[in-house]
Each structure stands twice: as C-alpha cells, then as structure tokens.
Write a protein that binds this ligand. Sequence first.
Ligand SMILES: Nc1ncnc2c1ncn2[C@@H]1O[C@H](COP(=O)(O)OP(=O)(O)O)[C@@H](O)[C@H]1O
Ligand SMILES: [Mg+2]
Length: 236
Amino acid sequence: MTVLELRDLTGGYGDMRILHGISLSIERGKATALVGANGAGKTTLMRTIAGLLPVSGGTIRFNQSEIAATSAAARVQSGIALVPEGRLVFPTFSVEENLRLGAIAPRARPGWRARKEEMFGIFPRLAERSQQSAGSLSGGEQQMLAIARGLMALPDLLLLDEPTLGLAPVMVQLIFETLARLREAGLTLLIAEQDVRRTLDFADSACVIENGRVAAGGSARALREDPRVRAAYLGR
Ligand SMILES: Nc1ncnc2c1ncn2[C@@H]1O[C@H](COP(=O)(O)OP(=O)(O)O)[C@@H](O)[C@H]1O
Ligand SMILES: [Mg+2]
C-alpha cells in the first residue's frame, strides 16, 4: 500500500527552484533510500515533504489525502516526522525535555510518558543521560535523541536526513540496526544518506536524485547492480 505519493513536485527557496518535478511512491512498512550527490536536493525534498518549505507545483498525497498546502504542524499531526540533517536537538534542554517536545502534536500527547520509556528501552544511552543537556551528548547520542524525538511524534512515516553523517562506524552500525528494528515493527522510512552503499544494502527501494530530478528509481537491489549507479555512487 502506498503511504506517500509525490507527483511532479516542484519547490525550492523563494524564486530559486531546486526541485524540478519529483515523482515518487513510498510503500507502507518499507525503507526507501534517497540517494544523490551533495547539493542534489535531498534535504530540500525532505523539508518540502515535512511542510517546512512551500510547494510551488505538483502534489503530495499522504495516506490518501492531499497535503501539499497544509502546514508543517498539520503534517506532524497527520503522521509525518522529520529527523533533520545535523540532528538539531535543543542543546540547552535535557534529553527528557527534548523527548517531551517531540510529542507536542495532539496525536502524540496521549501516552507520551510511556513512549518516552519505550525510547529509553530502544536507546539505553539516552536513559543514562536523561537529565543531561542535549548539547553535552556526543554526536552519535544526539543522533539517537533526534531519532527518538521523531518517534515521540508517533509517526506513520519517519523522514531521516543524513542520520549517520559524521558518526563513528560503530555508531553508524547501531543506528542502522535500530532502523531495521523500527522497520520490522512496521514503520515506514525515507532515508537520505551519503553512505550510499550501506543505505542501498539496507533499503527496500531507492530513488536517485540528480539536480532536483529523479534520475533513477526502483528496488534497492536493482539499483545496486545498475552500472551508472555503481560508477557514480559506489566507486566500482
Ligand atoms: N536555504 C537555502 N537557500 C537557497 N538555496 C539553498 C538553501 N539550502 C540549500 N540550497 C541549495 O539547494 C540545492 C540543494 O541542496 P540540498 O537540498 O541541501 O541538497 P542535498 O541535501 O542533496 O545535499 C543546492 O544547490 C543548495 O545550494
Ligand atoms: Mg542534505
């Protein structure tokens, strides 16, 4: 079943168009990878889906409703959560306060305390540091917090923008293991990642973005074998 469907989506910053007609379908319970060079438009696309940047043309259907004209808050309420590039946790707030802030949408308020405990189960390091300021955490711990904060919104679709950028290999491994468990539990994932090889190994399907356009798309396995993808992103 299709959860998110983009058709001919265009957008960008003011008059500067970055997305030139993106069409993409995302299936429920699957992980979809957004792959592309720096500056290709992955973050712009993520922010446009989340409602942080305006849509200038095309449609965004989410769970059968058209949402392209709705606010970012309305999209969180409808079940879309963004884990932004660079984590962007609130540095002076504690881990616990950051989690609380993830649950401010009406859909997420009931049961937020129990969900916070669930997050501490998924990420025991956050439990140990629950009263510490988020700014005092390591990069990997901040990424865990950013993911946990996204999950506090009780999303149907979790958008992850460069969740492993700058992290040590052991932490990258841990983040991907966590994402695998979330997918097993039925969560739908859209992941933009610079670690193309690992992301294509993990994802079910993938979409290659070049200069704000979809250059290739399909099953992650097929793209992994695609000679152009291999030459451009896998270095072989
Ligand atoms: N705030 C902004 N204002 C204007 N242009 C921007 C802004 N942020 C990004 N861009 C431009 O949009 C294009 C796509 O960037 P981005 O979506 O961040 O790419 P990616 O995430 O794939 O690296 C780039 O040319 C970038 O310079
Ligand atoms: Mg980016």
